[in-house]
Design a protein around this ligand. Structure first.
Ligand code: COA
Ligand code: AMP
Length: 624
C-alpha cells in the first residue's frame, strides 16, 4: 500500500478503514458500529464496543507472549538510577495500584489528579486509573499551586496522587507543599491524597487524608481490568487556550487505543520489541501518547527519562541513553536539540557514544527550524522527521508516513496529512485557499479516532472553540499553507497561544496575572522570538496614574507573580513599562505588531491604528 491510496481510502471509506484498524487491538466486546454522529456536530468512534485500555496496554502483551520483554525502562540521571519492568512486572504493579484505588473507594468515572515527576509510579498511577475505569488528569509538575487548584476545581477529583518531590537540574522541588496549597485554595476538596515518598525529600502526611504509596501497595489486592465503553473518558488533559481558564481535553478509550496503535506503525514504523523513546514529560500530551500508551499498545519498550538534554550531566545525555538502552526511535521537541547544539555545536559528544541502534529522529511540539534540522541531519546522518499535532488530536495530524512509505522531506514542512485527517487551508468562511497561499489550517469533519471528544464539563466551549469558527471543519488554531505537492507547512498559531520550549502557554492567562498587580492599569503579553526556547513571553505594562513604583522593582514583582501563579515554566522574565499601548480605533490591542517590533521585524502600520506614533515609541523602548 502506498501513502496516497491509504490516505484516499481513509477519507472515502472511513468506516472500512477504521474497522480494519480496530481489529488490531483486543476488545472485550468488538464494535459493530464504527462511527456515529452526535448532537454537538462531532461524533463518536466505535460507540458499542467495550474494552479496557490498561488491558490493551499490558495484559494483551502478556497474552501475546511478551510477558518477559521489557515494557518500561526508567533512566534517571538526576538520581543516578536505572530500573526496568517487564510487561509481567508492570502489570503486577499496575494491578496492585488499581487495587489501592479501589480500596480508597474510587470507581469507574471518578477523576484522579496525578501531579508527579518523571518516575515509574506516574506511569503506574495512570495505567492503574485506566484499569478501573477512573479518569486520570495528569498535571505537569512545573505548574504552580494555583494552576493545580484550577484543575482540581474543574475536574473535581476524588483523589490526588503525588510524590514528595521532583528533581530539577540544580534543586529539589518539594511537591507536597504545593499540593497542600492547591487543595487549600480549591473549593473542591479531594478526599484522598496518595504520596510516593522519595529519599530526596520526605513529605509530611496529613492524618486522615494523606496516605503513603508504599504502605497502601503492600496491603493491596490486585484488581482486574474493568470493561468500559469505547466512548467513556480515559483521561482529561488540560491545555492552554486563549483565556485564563485552561481547557480540559477529554479523550475516549476506544478511539484512542485504535488510533495510537495505528500511529505507531504509520508515523514511527515501530514494531513489537522496538525500543521507543519520547523525551518529553508525562504531564504533556506527548508523554501521555508516546511515553505511556502507544508504545505499550504496540508491544514496544518505552523509555522514561528523568533528566534534561543538557546539564544532566552534559550535552551527551541523549546519546548516552540511546547507547545504553539501544533506542531505535527518538522523539523530542526541537528546543531540546537547540539546547544540545548550543552547548555542543560540533556534536563532539556524539562521537563518545554508539548510537547505531537509532533508525530515525522525530521532532514535534513546535516549528522545526531549518538550522536544527540541518544540524541533526549532518551530525547523526539519520532521517529527521517533523510531525505536527496538538493536545487536542493526541496523534500526528501531519507526518512523514514512514510505516507505509517514506516520503522525501522538505525543511519547514511537517510533510503530509496522516490518513484520517482531511487537512485543508481555508479562509475565515471555509473557502479553500489556492496551493501555496497561507490561511487557517482546518480539518474537514469528522476527525479520525483518538481526537478530543469535548472540553470537560463544557461542551459549548468545545463547539465554540473548535467547530463553530469554520462550519464543517475542526479549527486547529494554526496557520500555514499546503504546497503544490500536498506538503503542509505550519507557520504558527493564529490565536494568543505561545510555545515556550515546546510548552504550550496562554498569553491571556499571563495577562490576567500581570493585570492583578495593584500598580497596573493595563497590560499585554506577547510571545517574542527566542533562539533556544522558540518563543518567550514579554509583558508591556501601563502603570496606573498616581502609582509610584520603581520600574525594575515592578518587573521583579511581576516576574515573581507569574512564577507563583503559573509556574517557572512560563519563563516570564521581562515587563516593559510603556506610556500607551498601540490599539485599533475600536480599542483592540495590536499584539501582532507588538510581537513584530519585539522581534525587530519589519511591520506594516495597520490602517485601523488609533495613533501610529505609539509604534515608534515602543520600538524605541525595545531598542533600549
Ligand atoms: N517541575 C518543576 N519545575 C520545572 C519542571 C518540572 N517538571 N520543568 C521545568 N521546570 C522549571 C525549571 O527548573 C526552570 O526553572 P528556573 O526558571 O527556576 O530555572 C523553568 O521551569 C523553565 O524550565 P525549562 O523551560 O525546561 O528551561 P530550562 O532552561 O531548565 O531547560 C530545555 C531548557 C530546552 C533544556 C528544556 O525546556 C527541555 O528539555 N525541553 C524539552 C521540551 C519538552 O520536553 N517539551 C514537551 C513537549 S514535546
Ligand atoms: P500542544 O498542544 O502543547 O502539543 O501544542 C500544539 C501546538 O504546537 C500546535 O498547535 C502548533 O502551534 C505547535 N506545533 C506542534 N507541532 C508542531 C510542528 N511540527 N510544527 C509547527 N508547530 C507545531
Amino acid at each position: 500500500m502506498d501513502y496516497h491510496s491509504e490516505f484516499r481510502r481513509s477519507i472515502d471509506n472511513p468506516d472500512d478503514f477504521w474497522r480494519e484498524q480496530a481489529e488490531k487491538i483486543d476488545w472485550i466486546e468488538p464494535p459493530k458500529t464504527i462511527w456515529q454522529p452526535t448532537d454537538n456536530g462531532h461524533g463518536q468512534w466505535f460507540p458499542d464496543g467495550t474494552l479496557n485500555t490498561c488491558d490493551v496496554a499490558l495484559d494483551a502483551n502478556i497474552r501475546a507472549g511478551r510477558g518477559d520483554q521489557k515494557a518500561l525502562i526508567y533512566d534517571s540521571p538526576v538520581t543516578n538510577t536505572k530500573r526496568s519492568y517487564t510487561y509481567s512486572e508492570l502489570t503486577d504493579e499496575v494491578a496492585r495500584f488499581a487495587g489501592v484505588l479501589k480500596g480508597r473507594g474510587i470507581t469507574k468515572g471518578d477523576r484522579v489528579i496525578i501531579y508527579m515527576p518523571m518516575i515509574p509510579e506516574a506511569v503506574i498511577a495512570m495505567l492503574g486509573c485506566a484499569r478501573i475505569g477512573a479518569i486520570h488528569s495528569v498535571v505537569f509538575g512545573g505548574f504552580a499551586a494555583h494552576e493545580l487548584a484550577v484543575r482540581i476545581d474543574d475536574a473535581k477529583p476524588e483523589a490526588v496522587i503525588t510524590a514528595s518531590c521532583g528533581i530539577e537540574v540544580s534543586r529539589v522541588i518539594e511537591y507536597k507543599p504545593l499540593v497542600n496549597k492547591a487543595i487549600d485554595q480549591a473549593s473542591h476538596k479531594p478526599e484522598t491524597c496518595i504520596v510516593y515518598q522519595r529519599p530526596q525529600a520526605k513529605a509530611d502526611l496529613i492524618q486522615g487524608r494523606d496516605f503513603d504509596w508504599n504502605e497502601l501497595m503492600a496491603a493491596a489486592e490486585p484488581a482486574a481490568p474493568v470493561p468500559v465503553k469505547s466512548t467513556d473518558p480515559l483521561y482529561i488533559l488540560y491545555t492552554s487556550g486563549t483565556t485564563g481558564k485552561p481547557k480540559g481535553v477529554v479523550r475516549d478509550n476506544g478511539g484512542h487505543a485504535v488510533a495510537l496503535n495505528y500511529s505507531m506503525n504509520l508515523v514511527y514504523d515501530a514494531k513489537p520489541g522496538d525500543v521507543y523513546w519520547a523525551a518529553s514529560d508525562v504531564g504533556w500530551v506527548v508523554g501521555h501518547s508516546y511515553i505511556v500508551y502507544a508504545p505499550l499498545f504496540a508491544g514496544c519498550t518505552s523509555i522514561l527519562y528523568e533528566g534534561k538534554p543538557v546539564k544532566t550531566p552534559d550535552a551527551g545525555a541523549f546519546w548516552r541513553v540511546v547507547q545504553d538502552h539501544k533506542v531505535n526511535m527518538l522523539f523530542t521537541a526541537p528546543t531540546a536539540f537547540r539546547a544540545v547544539r548550543k552547548e555542543d555545536p560540533e556534536a563532539d559528544q556524539l562521537s563518545r557514544y554508539n548510537i547505531s541502534s537509532l533508525k530515525r529522529l522525530f521532532l514535534a511540539g513546535e516549528r522545526l527550524d531549518p538550522a536544527t534540522y540541518e544540524w541533526l541531519k549532518e551530525h547523526t546522518g539519520l532521517p529527521v522527521l517533523d510531525h505536527w499535532w496538538q493536545t487536542e488530536t493526541g496523534w500526528a495530524i501531519c507526518c512523514n508516513p514512514v510505516g507505509i512509505e517514506m516520503m522525501a522531506t522538505k525543511p519547514g514542512s511537517a510533510t503530509v496529512p496522516s490518513p484520517g485527517y482531511n487537512v485543508q487551508v481555508v479562509d475565515r468562511n471555509g473557502s479553500q485557499m489556492p496551493a501555496g497561499e497561507q490561511g487557517q489550517i482546518a480539518v474537514k469533519l469528522p476527525l479520525p479516532p483518538g481526537c478530543m471528544m469535548t472540553v470537560w464539563g463544557d461542551d459549548e466551549r468545545f463547539r465554540k472553540t473548535y467547530l463553530e469558527p469554520i462550519s464543517g471543519f475542526y479549527s486547529s488554531g494554526d496557520g500555514g499553507f499546503i504546497d503544490d505537492d500536498g506538503y503542509v507547512f505550519i507557520m504558527g498559531r493564529t490565536d494568543d497561544v505561545i510555545n515556550v520550549a515546546g510548552h504550550r502557554l496562554s498569553t491571556g492567562e499571563m495577562e490576567e496575572v500581570v493585570a492583578s498587580h495593584p500598580a497596573i492599569a493595563e497590560c499585554c503579553v506577547v510571545g517574542a522570538h527566542d533562539d533556544m526556547k522558540g518563543q518567550i513571553p514579554i509583558g508591556l505594562v501601563l502603570i496606573k496614574d498616581g502609582a509610584t513604583i520603581d520600574h525594575d522593582e515592578l518587573e521583579d514583582e511581576l516576574v515573581e507573580m507569574v512564577r507563583d501563579k503559573i509556574g517557572a515554566i512560563a519563563c516570564f522574565r521581562r515587563a516593559l513599562v510603556v506610556d500607551r499601548l498601540p490599539k485599533t480605533r475600536s480599542g483592540k490591542i495590536l499584539r501582532r505588531v507588538i510581537r513584530q517590533i519585539a522581534d525587530g521585524e519589519e511591520y506594516a502600520v495597520p490602517s485601523t491604528i488609533d495613533d501610529p506614533a505609539i509604534l515608534e515609541e515602543i520600538s524605541e523602548q525595545f531598542r533600549h
